[in-house]
Ligand binder design. Structure first.
Ligand code: MG
Length: 480
């Protein structure tokens, strides 16, 4: 056999082998319903991604994901703090409907006895019921007692810290400081595998890397079947931690390092999807649970040009960076239409052919027309709840603030981001609501209430009708 024949034969064998492998893979995966991955970061602000305008945080994987997919610029959470925000995302319903928000305790704590009620149907429950493989990784914060854990809400596996990474302080008087780096032992938070604690305190220094490895392992394990992976990073919620490999890599300091490790994580996930050849038919959604925590200054991120932060009802608390990626179906570009995390439940049901339960109220709308570039969604409003009350509402381009209040955990307003109107902790009830055109004025600087009384009345009626229709339920956050 001459060299040329050898090369040809080799090439043929290689091609044939490749074909066989492809054929097997095709054969193994007979169910072509799309896979779903939701990557949900904690307290990452609207401005904390390169492609959303951060000048010094480098996020090449997220930027590329947005270029290949869609960057959403008016994407909102269900609440500007953790527990109710996660409730809204996973159930498609305002947290007030399941008792998962409170005017007192705003989130669940390690001494809480409540959690997401069994009567709620999560995205995972809906998909598991129709044959999807399901995994939750990362922060849960919907109840840490057995009846509330991911295993009780449709997830066949769980690996993560069940609540915020700054809870379970060993010394309650031990205050977080900006200089803190490596003291993970100061927070006695558990790391769980399914319903068992496997490490305590969780070594948070490598938690982003370990969550990522778990997500990649699940992609490989599930790749022959439709799957749903919910990856809720514990970072960049304070106290910040990052792996050795990401120390001092970012021009944006410690916070930048943390975001750049998350960006690396996104890259690892997309790479695994490609290696398993399921990238074309996987919808990946990247977003954050609420805005930046301004109290912690340089460790707290930024909402970019938006006013406000975590815990409040100005845009910076609720509007978050969002990127959708689905190579086979998505129409690439920038989506400026309003959407919320609560829209994911009906959207995912639509694209997977899963019936949306018809025995309850949903606050989400199908986003498929926007994702595929075939039309609009029905959403034309956003409600901004603080605890159990609607503080503000947006309809079309106008947003009315009926009540304003200082942000989460702040004792004094930030001198730059909060004008003096918020310099107090008690709520301010506005007889004439503040009104902003957030399309023209996304920073909510110029009150135009005097010019548009009819708009205020329209929004007021919408809120009153909504509030009248909410059925009171047991408050889960107040149970101890
Ligand atoms: Mg959060």
């Amino acid at each position: 056999m001459d060299n040329y024949t050898k090369i040809l034969t080799g090439a043929f064998c290689f091609a044939a082998l490749g074909c066989t492998t492809d054929a097997n893979r095709e054969k193994q995966r007979t169910d072509d319903r799309p896979n779903i991955i939701i990557i949900f970061t904690d307290d990452q602000g609207y401005g904390d991604v390169g492609i959303f305008g951060h000048p010094t945080i480098s996020t090449p994987h997220l930027d590329q994901m947005a270029i290949e997919g869609q960057k959403w610029t008016s994407f909102y959470t269900a609440a500007s703090v953790s527990t109710p925000s996660r409730t809204g995302l996973l159930t498609g319903r305002l947290p007030v409907r399941s008792g998962m928000c409170s005017d007192g305790r705003r989130v669940l704590f390690p001494d809480s006895k409540g959690g997401l009620p069994q009567s709620e149907i999560t995205i995972a429950t809906a998909l598991k019921n129709v044959g999807y493989r399901t995994a939750a990784i990362g922060k849960w914060h919907l109840g840490h007692l057995p009846e509330f854990l991911p295993a009780s809400h449709g997830f066949e596996s769980y690996y993560g810290i069940p609540y915020s990474n700054d809870m379970d302080k060993v010394d309650p008087a031990d205050h977080f400081t900006l200089a803190e780096e490596e003291r993970f032992e100061a927070y006695n938070v558990p790391l769980m595998r399914d319903t068992e604690i496997i490490e305590r305190p969780a070594d948070q220094r490598n938690i982003t890397r370990r969550y990522t490895e778990e997500a990649v392992a699940k992609i490989r394990e599930y790749s022959n079947e439709p799957f749903f992976i919910y990856l809720a990073h514990s970072m960049p919620h304070i106290p910040l931690f990052r792996d050795e490999a990401f120390k001092n890599v970012s021009l944006a300091g410690f916070y930048g390092d943390v975001i750049e490790e998350i960006d690396w994580s996104v890259g690892q996930i997309l790479k695994a999807l490609k290696e398993e050849r399921v990238d074309q038919n996987t919808l990946v959604v990247f977003t954050s649970d609420n805005g930046p925590w301004h109290t912690f200054r340089t460790h707290g991120g930024t909402a970019g040009l938006l006013r406000g932060a975590k815990g409040g009802t100005f845009e910076g608390g609720f509007r978050v960076p969002a990127i959708f990626w689905w190579p086979a179906k998505i129409k690439s570009g920038v989506v400026r239409d309003m959407a919320t995390t609560m829209d994911l439940m009906p959207t995912i049901c639509q694209i997977t052919g899963t019936p949306l339960p018809d025995d309850r109220v949903y606050d989400g709308y199908d986003l498929t027309p926007l994702i595929t570039g075939t039309g609009k969604s029905e959403r034309d409003y956003v409600l901004y709840y603080r605890g159990q009350q609607v503080y503000a509402a947006r309809k079309g381009n106008f947003k009315a603030h009926f009540i304003t209040q200082n942000e989460y955990g702040t004792q004094t307003a930030h001198p730059i981001t909060n004008p003096p109107v918020e310099l107090h902790n008690a709520p301010t009830y506005h007889d004439v609501p503040l009104l902003y055109n957030v399309s023209i004025d996304p920073s909510e600087k110029f009150n135009v209430a005097d010019e548009h009384p009819e708009v205020i009345e329209e929004i007021r009626r919408m809120v009153e009708e909504h509030v009248a229709g909410v059925v009171p339920v047991t408050n889960q956050l107040e149970i101890r």
